[in-house]
Write a new protein. Structure first.
Length: 175
């Protein structure tokens, strides 16, 4: 019988320890929430003093030094952002310079789906593939180096065309 008494007592100890562990975990969670709330208030204090500094109010020497440090950091950030902007502008210019030039169209068929201007006589939008209302026109004359042929029907299409203007098939953009 003593064995079962010890076993029962051990089980009760394990259950009590589990309950204690659960309570400690709950309390630690509350402590973490309180610390987060405290950090939020500290941030508000910092924002308050920063606004005073920006408005030109005289502050404690130590606070003023910290605010000046923030200004230095912001100037460094602004300088780095300027470098990023310069790199992005150069990259954009390179992309624009490398983009194939399309022959300007004075008139054409505006796609009712996406608004792309397509050459007269085009049956399917070169941008989205939507069927266009037929408008009879003479066959356009394209420079040899600015056209590609449809793999489906063989029709000549301007470079950059995504869908054949004659049959509507998706163009192979890898060519």
């Amino acid at each position: 019988m003593a064995f079962f008494d010890r076993l029962s007592k051990a089980a009760k100890n394990v259950a009590a320890k589990g309950a204690d562990t659960l309570e400690i975990t709950r309390l630690n969670g509350k402590i973490m929430n309180e610390k987060a709330a405290m950090e939020t208030v500290k941030t508000k204090i910092g924002d308050y003093y920063w606004r005073l500094f920006e408005d030109g109010h005289e502050l404690d020497e130590e606070v003023t030094e910290m605010c000046l440090e923030i200004k230095d950091i912001q100037e460094s950030i602004d300088m780095l952002q300027g470098e990023i902007d310069t790199i992005n502008q150069k990259a954009k210019k390179v992309e624009e310079d490398d983009a194939p030039e399309e022959a300007p169209m004075v008139s054409g068929i505006k796609c009712p789906n996406c608004g792309t201007l397509n050459e007269i006589g085009t049956k399917f939008c070169r941008e989205c593939g939507t069927r266009l209302e037929p408008v009879p026109a003479p066959e356009p004359v394209l420079p040899v180096d600015s056209a590609t042929h449809c793999h489906n029907c063989g029709a000549e299409n301007p470079l950059g065309t995504k869908f054949c203007r004659e049959c509507g098939a998706k163009m192979d953009t890898n060519i």
